[in-house]
Design a protein around this ligand. Structure first.
Ligand code: AKB
Length: 312
């Protein structure tokens, strides 16, 4: 009998695509989707669904016992831009949900955990280009502080209690299937939607703000790959750097203009500029490549083609 999996935050940008991929792979009945709200018809009908507040330990424990869950993917989080507006809510959600799954791991009620970290763990003093796996971090955002603290706790629970936790630091994620919500890299999804519907987009970051990005198919492949790797290969138990491409708003505009020559980009930087300025421009992911064979497939041009073709 194959393992039972629980996705927490299954209706979000990553959670929804992860749920569909895991259900295709392991069978709909083996993958329990959960979120604080109901999802789209496909998510609700392709396998079991539970309403779950990720900060409620008793409810989580009950679901894990009922469905005989072995693996948990904790995808619920408050992202960088929203977290600056609601610091305590972000801290409570991002940390308590993590402690809940870590404690289930400690008590041997689940066998394996995936928890996403982010490029937001880095800060203004971090080397900006080719940011190494191990370097100065000092995040300056609420979200980044919660992710860096989370990484420390993951490593602690692994070392102290043998919890099998695996994690990657996602860059900004781009997908045509689900919209992101409350992040600083969200412009890189909005721009494709607006290019097709309005022919123009007002970007909340400056034209030369370079950030690390990844197409969702790569992100899902990385997530499955790290979870399926032999435990001995996972040498970093905080979180792995992960990279695919880096670009600026001006570069994504140019890439769109190759296919939509009339597309116009305007710039009206807001509070998210300061968040972006504190993050790296590009990431060195050689530890993930060396340890568990990570390799990205999508660059900016391929991403633009996928996005425009599917959103048309
Ligand atoms: C955000 O912009 O907050 C997220 C992230 C980089 O983790 N996409």
């Amino acid at each position: 009998m194959s393992k039972s999996i629980l996705i927490i935050g299954a209706c979000g940008q990553i959670g929804s695509e992860l749920t569909h991929t895991l259900r295709e792979k392991y069978g709909g009945d083996k993958v329990v989707a959960s979120d604080i709200r109901e999802g789209d018809d496909h998510l609700m009908e392709s396998g079991p669904f539970e309403i779950l507040d990720a900060t409620d330990f008793d409810a989580l424990e009950e679901i894990v016992a009922y469905w005989e869950i072995e693996e948990v993917y904790l995808m619920a989080a408050m992202l960088s831009a929203t977290a600056e507006k609601f610091p305590m809510r972000a801290w409570n959600l991002n940390m308590n949900s993590l402690f809940n799954v870590l404690n289930l791991g400690k008590d041997k009620k689940i066998k394996k955990i995936f928890w996403p970290s982010s490029i937001a763990v880095f800060g203004p003093d971090t080397p900006k280009q080719n940011t190494p796996q191990h370097t100065i971090m000092q995040p300056s955002t609420v979200y980044g502080i919660s992710k860096q603290s989370g990484e420390r706790w993951c490593e602690y629970y692994h070392r102290k209690f043998g919890v099998d936790i695996r994690s990657v630091r996602y860059p900004g994620l781009i997908s045509w299937k689900t919209m992101p919500g409350g992040g600083t890299t969200d412009y890189a999804v909005e721009v494709y939607h607006q290019a097709l519907s309005n022919g123009k987009y007002s970007c909340f970051l400056k034209p030369d703000t370079e950030l690390p990005m990844m197409f969702m198919d790569d992100a899902i492949r990385a997530t499955l790959k790290i979870m399926e790797s032999d435990t001995g290969k996972i040498k970093v138990r905080s979180s792995y750097n992960l990279a695919a491409m880096s670009f600026t708003p001006a570069q994504v505009a140019k890439s769109i203009q190759k296919q939509l020559p009339d597309f116009k980009m305007e710039y009206a930087p807001d509070f998210r500029q300061a968040i972006a300025d504190s993050w790296p421009g590009s990431i060195d992911d050689s530890a993930a490549r060396d340890d568990w064979g990570w390799q990205a497939e999508f660059d900016l041009e391929k991403t633009t083609t996928e996005m425009l073709d599917h959103l048309k």
